[in-house]
Design a protein. Sequence first.
Lengths: 317, 523
Amino acid sequence: MPYLVRRLIGAIALLFVASIVIFALLHLAPGSPATVLAGQDASPAQVAAIAHALHLDQALPLQYWHWLTGVLGGHLGESYVLKRPIGTLIAQRLGSTLQLMIAATIVMSVLGVALGVASASSRHRLVREAVDAVSTVFLSAPPFVSAVIFVFVFAITWKLLPAGGQANFLSDPSFSIQYLAMPAVAVALPGSAVIARLLATEMRRTSEQEFVRTAVAKGARRSRVVLRHVLPNSLGPAAVELGIRVGEMFAGAVVVESLFARSGIGSLLVTAVQDRDYLLADDLLLLSVAFAIGMQLLTELGMSRLDRRLTLEGSLS
Amino acid sequence: MTIIDLSESSLITRRSMLGASAAATAAFLAACSSAAKSGSGGSGGSKSTSLIVGTTTDFDPPDILRAGTNTTTLGLIFDSMAVLDPSTLQVQPSVATSWSWNADKTELTVNLRSDVKYHTGRAFGPKDAIYSIKAVQGPTAGAQIAGVASLIKSMSVSGPHQIKLTLDRPVGSFLDLLVMTPLVDSATFKGLFSGKQVIGTGPFVFGTWTPGTSITLSRNPHYWQSGLPHLNKVTVRIFGSEQALVSALRANEIGLAWNLVPSDATLLAKGNAYPSVTTAPLFSEWYVGANVKSPPFNNLQVRQAVAYALDRDRIVKQAFAGFGTASACPWPTTLAGLSGSDDTYYTYDPDKAKALLKQGGGAPSQTFSVVIGAGNAIAESILDIVQFNLSAIGLKVKAQQVQNTAFQQQLQKASIPGLWINAVGQVDLSIGAVLLGNAPFKITENTSNVTDPHYVALAKQLIYASSSSEIASATRGVTDYILQQAWHMTVGHVPTTAAAQPSLSGVTVNAGLSLQLASAKLS
């Protein structure tokens, strides 16, 4: 059986298990949408009446079955608390999340590769150490710290960038980029430092391989050797790291979303879990898992393109 | 052995790197001037009739009949028949022009304005007033005023702009119903709870709501209060964190940061940079609740010991950042029948607290929890002080933060085994309405599990008191009982706090502590 097919079957099985875990954890946690909808002055009888109206008093397996068959049939349901179709709610937030993910991925990749290559190729020890120091600072700057510093410097003191908010990239690219600049960099910094270090280490290791010796012996220019032979063959670990980071960003950028007043999938998920908005939280968590699995598969595909020694039907299997 | 010395390849020269960086930075900065300066934080100019309000609480349609979490938007969209004068706490006309009782105070005749229109253009009439009252009566509406509304025997239209509300017996707090009932639109009521058709008669027309992001409102050109509102447009931006909200105000991106933690409002007000706006003298009451069914709090002396152990002045200074007042009394002591001495019924006295514990059989050996809903900065600050105060008198305390929905469920079920810290709004209303609608004080199914027939009798005496002297006397009785029994230990009163750009004026609040912008102006 081809590797990709086996991986897809594994991913579907993983999603199924995840759906059970997600559903069980949320529904077994104290509180329910009825608790929220009833308000804090409600009596238990009022809460029970709302729970009954929402069919939350049905057996859990039956509720799970309804949810699962709904999702499989493309019906994500309606939010208990927001009273809106979940598909619409996700669509409203997806743009913000995708913009942040794409921008952060670009920043992370560019910074990571630049720092990695600079660290591995600089002719001066001082420069290498300076690059390493910058990487260390980036690595030790959690997004919530860098976000606060950025806002203070660029929004409050210099008033160069907006403190928070978002704009549609397609209708207003200039504003959108300005709104994205700080959150994207804040999210990207730690990841870029990790990518830089992985890349630099791998480039140094690759440079000792025999195919590099052959290229040098054939008289290839050093820049060609590095760009065509060393760099592509050193990108594997960095690509895996990038894939993991991007997978996490889908619903995990909630702190940065919160600090920069962006309403993305992460903040929607946090609100849904806090309000025990079961269907919405279940759908979003499942989507997040699916996205992370998808990113992992894409990374593996990407790695096979980067390094032809890895074939999806051969050595990886 | 190293085959190729990467360091010699020098792929990125310093010159090229610096050049590229400088070019990118210059290009970026050149493009960056507009978004940062595009906010309408009340800086005047062409945007002087457009205000952006920032808040951390999203619009919550299911809560619309409760005035609980929608304090930013409710008062902008909806009117009520009457309003509460913040300075006198007296009920004043609004959409209702006047009202009168019959001789035995069992029938209220309410005269309504004839020039009020819904945002759809439909004229408001007496049937709509009755429909709105029925809406808050609904068993699943969860309105605080539902307890008062449930005492209505019948409602009828008695004139083109008049309704009659009939009661079985006089209810002292009945006029609060006129204050706390938002006038909803019967024609679009089904769309209200999804936030798709939020139609009222208020100064601003609901435009769009993107959950978690923003709400847009525009001026109601047919508002019945002539010349109001002054603002053409109000945008409510939802912020995921208090920090982002404060930053947006400092960056002049919003004109008003609504419902701030008091300490942030204090910091922003320094040098009058961002003047504080508060709901004072209307306030929320913070309290320490005790479950009287759960040891050791089934012991009166232990509860009283806790009440004496609480350092209320420190709570006001630290948790309320000086905005509130220390008090042991749940409601304003300016009400008839009460006096300033009720504020100081319990004062910080650790020795007395220890003596009470000794009288009650010594400090309990078991550890108990003091619970708060997670993520509330005021509650967290009070919790620190309470934990310290109770440990100082020998009680073994475990501070516990519970996720908010779980906390709410525990309150609804009255199942918190020890103590908890929470706030109650709308305590400026008549106490009778508070006893009927607010969970900590309800005569049945209250959060402290108090079922004492004496309390029920006192509460009913107040609810059904009709004359001023009866109300004053019954208020005294209920307050004495609550203070003496110490299952609801008030620590202080604090108004909702906000901070504004200096150019914004005319911000007010209503009895539900909801923001009012009809008279707001940007200079």
